[in-house]
Design a protein around this ligand. Structure first.
Ligand code: FAD
Length: 392
């Protein structure tokens, strides 16, 4: 009654890992708490880095992305001092993003996993992970109608996000936990409106940051920096567009294509890192290993990168009984996670109106302006930005 690898969670991490394992002939089971419809509609990320596109392409998982995704190679900064654009596709390593909504990617990955004969249980919540100190770990799960299920395996992959059961299964005192609340909250919006600029738009305004991210030809994501505790339902469509128009300075930089707001939610900018991202026979991947604030659009990309590294290690362990790569998994991933965290943290400071007492705000605003000016004028700085922006 066992599968070689028990994968908890059918997000980008679990589904990429599952597909790569199946492709290599490794038997695995994916268990997902939500329904298939739910995960195929959950709008979150959109910007896929070059490495992500490579992993997906090399493993036959990129048909939808290559057919319907859009290439993006520039971003614009809209500030009090003016507008400047960085064509990052011609800077740094010359890499670009593909914009493809996460729910479409998840839809493709589910279809591929099932087409490859994979076993995937939806609407089944893993409630307990046991036996991690041995070589026969076991998961206990509950289906929507309350039926209890158990499955054992050789390894567990915890791909169930920050609040999942995998993290809770790791005993206190066996890992270090680094976390930061960035003190910034976004009102995250999805508008039924075509993008208003070809580039990604970052508006830096004294009232707070506003972001414009293309998603599809008819849907655009917008973000508004708001104080913690903001009630998204308190924001009518009119109020949202008024605030976006103000912060994006449409009088100077051009009008926005407006349309109905399809979704409104809040995201508190928080980050954390577990070290190591392994306990016994369980390996954490994606948000379960490290939550990263969405300021630099790194979360899904890190998830795919880690899934590829773990898949290779599991294939070596199960195929050749060689656990060298598995033993190195945490050490291989953590420096990349920290580098993404560092860039993401830098982006938060670049984009957001600072908080604090009056003196602090004046000082930090001066630093922010200097940071933007360096980015606008220094080619060396722009190359470094491009490398970090598209790379993981
Ligand atoms: P998830 O996608 O969260 O998947 C985890 C899965 O585990 C879920 O389906 C959950 O239902 C399931 N699960 C949880 N607990 C259990 C359990 N007990 N039993 C069974 N299943 C369980 N990242 C980018 O790279 N680019 C972007 O542009 C970007 N934009 C973002 C915008 C927003 C507004 C947000 C919120 C995030 C954004 N991110 C972005 C981050 C990105 O969405 C996440 O990092 C990514 O989803 C992580 O993938 P994952 O597979 O690790 O976790």
């Amino acid at each position: 009654d066992g599968a070689a690898v028990l994968i908890i969670g059918a997000g980008p991490a679990g589904l990429v890992l599952g597909n790569l394992l199946l492709d290599a002939g490794v038997d695995c089971l994916v268990v997902e708490r939500q329904s298939r419809e739910h995960v195929e509609r959950r709008a979150r990320a959109g910007f896929l880095a070059a490495n992500t596109v490579r992993v997906l392409t090399e493993n036959g998982l990129a048909d939808g992305l290559l057919a319907r995704g859009q290439r993006h190679d520039a971003c614009a900064f809209l500030t009090e001092q003016g507008r400047f654009e960085l064509k990052y596709g011609t800077l740094g390593r010359g890499e670009v993003h593909h914009v493809y909504p996460q729910q479409d990617l998840v839809t493709d990955l589910v279809a591929q996993f099932l087409a490859r004969g994979g076993e995937l249980w939806f609407e089944t919540e893993v409630t307990e992970v046991t036996g991690l100190d041995g070589d026969r770990p076991c998961i206990t799960a509950r289906t929507a109608d309350g039926t209890a299920l158990r499955r054992s395996g050789r390894y567990v992959a915890g791909c169930d996000g920050r609040h999942g059961v995998s993290r809770r299964a790791i005993p206190e005192g066996t890992y270090r936990y680094h976390r930061r609340d960035h003190g910034v909250t976004w009102l995250a919006l999805l508008a039924e409106a075509p993008p208003s600029m070809s580039a990604i738009g970052y508006a830096v305004h004294e009232r707070g940051f506003a972001g414009h991210m293309a998603r599809t030809p008819s849907v655009t994501r917008y973000y508004l920096q708001r104080p913690k505790g903001t009630d998204p339902q308190g924001w009518s469509d009119e109020r949202i567009w008024e605030e976006l128009n103000l912060r994006m300075r449409v009088d100077r930089f051009g009008a926005l294509n407006e349309g109905p707001i399809l979704e409104r939610g809040v995201v508190d900018m928080q980050s954390d890192v577990l070290d190591p991202i392994r306990y016994g026979s369980m390996y954490l991947v994606g948000d379960a290993a490290s939550l990263i604030s969405p300021a630099a659009a790194k979360g899904a990309n890190l998830a795919v990168m880690e899934a590829e590294i773990l898949a290779r290690a599991l294939v070596a362990a199960l195929g050749s009984h060689d656990e060298t790569l598995l033993d190195r998994y945490s050490a291989d991933c953590l420096p990349r996670i920290w580098r993404a965290q560092e860039f993401s943290h830098w982006m938060i400071n670049l984009l957001h109106a600072p908080s604090g007492d009056d003196d602090e705000v004046v000082f930090l605003s001066g630093l922010q302006l200097a940071r933007l000016e360096t980015l606008r004028t220094s080619r060396a700085h722009q190359d470094c930005f491009a490398e970090n922006y598209v790379g993981v």
